[in-house]
Design a protein around this ligand. Structure first.
Ligand code: 4NP
Length: 149
């Protein structure tokens, strides 16, 4: 079993969307017994909160099965148990590298690096453009699944 954890600032917009879309891709390929998908925040801002209504609406519209989720901050145990830790933007990577033990430094990647792109999954928190988030994630997630297989 391989474990991937998607991470963003609040764990209510981008990373839960990444988790649910990746779960769908994993399920479509019959890999649910091989790949475990989770998501976490770097910050404490939204701990315990459900995904943003805009994120839920976008996922529903795209027929992505919804998974019950409450925001959780990444922990030392997460850093140890994960095989891959994928941050949505460059600040997430800076924060994750500061938080991670030495043994987990090499598990941390920028989401768009699966496409060899130096780009960020933009934060929909301010402009509520969850459609952009979905499109960006659909561009980069299949390549992560290929790497995890
Ligand atoms: P996320 O979006 O990191 O994609 O979950 C945000 C959620 C909350 C905040 C910022 C971004 N916030 O400032 O509380």
């Amino acid at each position: 079993m391989k474990k991937v954890i998607f991470v963003c600032l609040g764990n209510i917009c981008r990373s839960p969307m990444a988790e649910m879309i990746m779960d769908q891709l994993v399920d479509q390929q019959g890999l649910t017994n091989e790949i475990q998908v989770e998501s976490r925040s770097t910050s404490t801002y939204e701990i315990g909160n459900e995904p943003h209504p805009g994120a839920i609406a976008e996922l529903k519209q795209r027929n992505v099965p919804l998974v019950k989720h409450q925001a959780k901050q990444i922990t030392t145990d997460d850093f140890e148990s994960a095989d891959l830790i994928i941050g949505m933007d460059k600040q997430n990577i800076i924060d994750l590298k500061q938080m991670a033990p030495q043994s987990a430094q090499n598990k941390i990647y920028l989401a768009f690096s699966s496409m060899n792109k130096d780009a960020e999954v933009q934060d929909p928190w301010y402009d509520h453009n969850f459609n952009r988030t979905y499109r960006q994630l659909m561009e980069l997630l299949p390549a992560w699944l290929e790497k995890l297989k």
